[in-house]
Design a protein. Structure first.
Length: 214
């Protein structure tokens, strides 16, 4: 090998070794990433920079590696503990209103006048098939067609359906209660929907009269 080639290889080797020796730790890289993100955003309207702050579930599930089984259980337990049952004891509302919410994808953007949940939609069709008559829907989540029917809910008020009704409410309230890294919005926990809206979405999924269960 010619002398200048040897020198070039030697320099490259030194640079690589030096680079490895001075590489930031994973924690430092995370800190730098957060700093860059926060420097790229600003408060505007109802959208505040605090939205970039992550809780344990968000931190663990946005990591390059999935959370350990132990951490996943911790996230699910904390999420389940956060679920609040309806204050009036009523889990199911009007499926017609639920369908309107499922079709509505508005809310929580900087152009919206208020962050109040009553201004928001549930945007269900963005990720799920729900009503067979709707031809436009996402496939990120599973089909919810016949959701209540397939789960044997003939009457949401029947004690035999209590477990499924409460599970569905919990899933809507805080989806991480049942899957630590769920991509589903935490409608109740994050204040995206209020209790009345949640009851209407529950009716869309569980009411035997809903077109979802026909």
């Amino acid at each position: 090998m010619k002398p200048f080639l040897i020198s070039a290889v030697a320099v490259a080797s030194v640079v690589m070794v030096t680079g490895c020796a001075t590489s930031p730790s994973p924690a430092e890289l995370d800190r730098q990433t957060v700093a860059v993100m926060k420097a790229s955003f600003r408060d505007q309207g109802i959208a505040k920079i605090e939205r970039l702050n992550q809780d344990l579930g968000q931190q663990a599930c946005s990591s390059a590696t999935p959370p350990s089984a132990e951490v996943a259980k911790q996230i699910e337990a904390a999420s389940l503990a956060s679920v609040k049952p309806p204050s009036n004891g009523q889990y199911v509302g009007d499926w017609r209103e639920g369908e309107k919410l499922a079709q509505n994808g508005r809310g929580m953007t900087w152009t919206d006048a208020s962050a109040d949940a009553k201004s928001n939609g549930a945007n269900c069709y963005n990720c799920h098939q729900i009503d067979k008559k709707e031809i436009s829907f996402g496939t990120i989540g599973p089909s919810l067609w016949n959701y209540g029917k397939l789960r044997g809910v003939k009457d949401p008020a029947d004690p035999a359906s209590t477990a499924m009704v409460q599970y569905t409410w919990g899933k809507l309230w805080n989806s991480k209660a049942y899957a630590a890294c769920s991509n589903m919005p935490r409608f109740g926990h994050m204040g995206l929907l209020n209790e009345e809206q949640l009851r209407h979405v529950m009716a869309l999924l569980l009411d035997p009269k809903s077109p979802v269960n026909q």
